[in-house]
Design a protein around this ligand. Structure first.
Ligand SMILES: Cc1cc2nc3c(=O)[nH]c(=O)nc-3n(C[C@H](O)[C@H](O)[C@H](O)COP(=O)(O)OP(=O)(O)OC[C@H]3O[C@@H](n4cnc5c(N)ncnc54)[C@H](O)[C@@H]3O)c2cc1C
Ligand code: FES
Length: 512
């Protein structure tokens, strides 16, 4: 994605995701005290709610424990393409995991689209679901052979892939892979219907209830800030596993991306699009109040490394949109991060070798719509039936030397670089200049790194800059006005309140 100039005066977009802005907030009660259920599920995103409904339908009593409100995490900030086309993936999967595992990955993700369609039809869920094509396209001639290799690999796995040189996009491409019969939907409309179906008849959704710890014995216990839930098994569906007995801190890393919903002259192109550029661009249409807006975005990056500020990344997304479409206005903007696994395949199954009754689904690498539905389905099947036809490829306790070893070393070098870079940055930072309104900076105070920000009203906040999860230093996000942790993605309000985990505690106040 390149960043040309924004030539027209930008309006003020709603700084919120289209999905949140077009649905009402939920109001489930907190956990009222200690509770006994068959399965406790920590996290009310796409993984947690998919597992919950499937388990309830299989006769389980479940408790969904959500620290905030359901479907307001990453799932509330996605692009919501339902597709098994995950960039260029299958050729690499075949060579690192082998054909059989690549087929499991492909089939699980294709089945997820069918599962949503079936549920939408059977339960009459109005969530703007519709089938459409997905394209991964290139504007660079040098990517042509990669696209052909990927098309061949995908077809061999039974995916509905074909190579094409034309797309519905209003600009020229050098080549593209088309996947037929993929789908788009409104993730909150779909998942809020699932949450409503989960709650009742012995099963419950508990909001504003934060899981603090799990005792993973024969009968696991989830300790929350409202009481203890005892269960036969626990699913950790908290995006980054807040309970990390599987070394996930070193096996997944966050990747942040930015989205705009814009009004363009005429109809958005039919289909969903993803580019091979670095960083990739993503495009799809979405119905809002009788018209179709265009969602366009990208600018994906690993937080914590040098690069433009958040506001500049939004500006580049807008420049990309204006270069390729006749943009009339920018209506919404939002951003979020997903977790990329070291070997490119999510971790779904038993959380660790010593935690028999604790399960996890994480590391969707930017593709957790189908991936999250597949994960919820696999976890429910493992719990109810003891097996799933797709479990092996996603097994969190796998080791795939060809895929993992180099990536693990590189990933941990990256985390170390962030950690050391943090220290050097603050060691060099003086406490001289205080931030202007809307800005934040990390300074040293008495030898300790302090995150100082100033609100638009001029009020200063000073909180510890050390993330309580694993002690990386937070960074100022100038568009969302939050402190973000580059290591595993925790986010905090300017006054230090934790907005999303894995951190469980606030940044401590340093204003005194
Ligand atoms: C910019 C962007 C665009 C994307 N677009 C697509 C796309 O088009 N298609 C696609 O397939 N995928 C896409 N993805 C990926 C997809 O959105 C995610 O993989 C998926 O939403 C992750 O779902 P989840 O259930 O794991 O996490 P979440 O939705 O974040 O759910 C986890 C929940 O757990 C709760 N929680 C956390 N800690 C605790 C705790 N201690 N106690 C209780 N609750 C807790 C959180 O509040 C949250 O509600 C995109 C990702 C990004 C970053
Ligand atoms: S150190 Fe892990 S999220 Fe901050």
């Amino acid at each position: 994605m390149n960043g040309g100039d924004v030539t027209e005066e930008a309006g003020e977009p709603v700084p919120e995701s289209l999905w949140l802005a077009t649905t009402s907030s939920t109001e489930y009660e907190p956990l009222p005290g200690d509770r006994r259920v068959d399965t406790a599920i920590v996290g009310g995103g796409i993984v947690g709610l998919t597992a919950a409904i499937r388990l309830k339908e299989a006769g389980h009593e479940v408790a969904v424990i959500e620290t905030g409100r359901v479907v307001e995490g990453v799932t509330g900030h996605t692009t919501a393409k339902l597709t098994s086309q995950h960039g260029l993936r299958y050729d690499r999967l075949c060579s690192t995991f082998g054909r059989e595992y690549a087929r499991q990955y492909a089939t699980a993700n294709e089945a997820a689209i069918d599962a949503v369609e079936r549920r939408v039809e059977e339960d009459g869920i109005e969530c703007d679901f519709r089938r459409t094509e997905a394209y991964v396209y290139t504007e660079s001639r040098s990517d042509g052979s990669d696209l052909l290799d990927e098309t061949r690999a995908a077809r061999r796995l039974g995916l509905p892939a074909s190579y094409t040189e034309t797309t519905p996009l209003p600009f020229d491409v050098e080549g593209a892979i088309r996947f037929d019969e993929q789908a788009e939907f409104h993730p909150r409309k779909y998942l809020l219907a699932l949450a409503a179906a989960v709650d009742g008849d012995g099963s419950s959704v508990f909001e504003t209830t934060r899981a603090l710890d799990i005792d993973p014995g024969r009968q696991p216990r989830v300790t929350t800030d409202r009481g203890v839930v005892v269960a036969d098994q626990v699913i950790v569906a908290s995006h980054f596993p807040f309970f990390d007995r599987g070394g996930y801190f070193a096996r997944v890393h966050p990747k942040r991306a930015y989205l705009l919903a814009v009004r363009i002259s005429g109809e958005p192109p039919e289909g969903m699009f993803y580019s091979t550029a670095t960083p990739p661009a993503t495009i799809r249409g979405a119905p809002v109040d009788g018209e179709r807006l265009l969602i366009v975005g990208g600018q994906g990056h690993e937080p914590g490394l040098d690069g433009p500020a958040t506001s500049e990344r939004y500006r580049r997304c807008e420049a990309f949109a204006r270069e390729r479409f006749e943009v009339e206005s920018v209506e919404y903007r939002w951003s979020t991060h997903d977790l990329s696994p070291v070997d490119g395949v999510p971790f779904v199954g038993r959380l660790g070798p010593t935690t028999r009754n604790v399960y996890v689904g994480t590391g969707f690498d930017g593709w957790g719509m189908t991936g999250g539905i597949a994960a919820g389905t696999i976890l429910a099947d493992l719990i109810v039936n003891g097996s799933s036809p797709w479990a092996d490829v996603f097994d969190p306790n796998r080791f795939t030397p060809a895929a993992s070893a180099k990536a693990l070393v590189e990933d941990n070098a990256l985390v170390a670089a962030r950690f050391l870079g943090d220290r050097i940055r603050t060691a060099l930072a003086g406490s001289g200049t205080l931030p202007s309104p809307g800005e934040g900076t990390v300074v040293r105070q008495g030898g300790k790194p302090v995150a100082v920000s100033r609100g638009e009203d001029g009020e200063l906040h000073a909180v510890s800059a050390v993330c309580p999860h694993m002690w990386c230093l937070v960074e100022w996000n100038d568009a969302e006005r939050t402190w973000d942790c580059p290591c595993h993605g925790s986010r905090f309000d300017p006054d230090g309140t934790v907005r999303s985990g894995p951190a469980l505690e606030d940044l401590t106040d340093r204003s005194g």
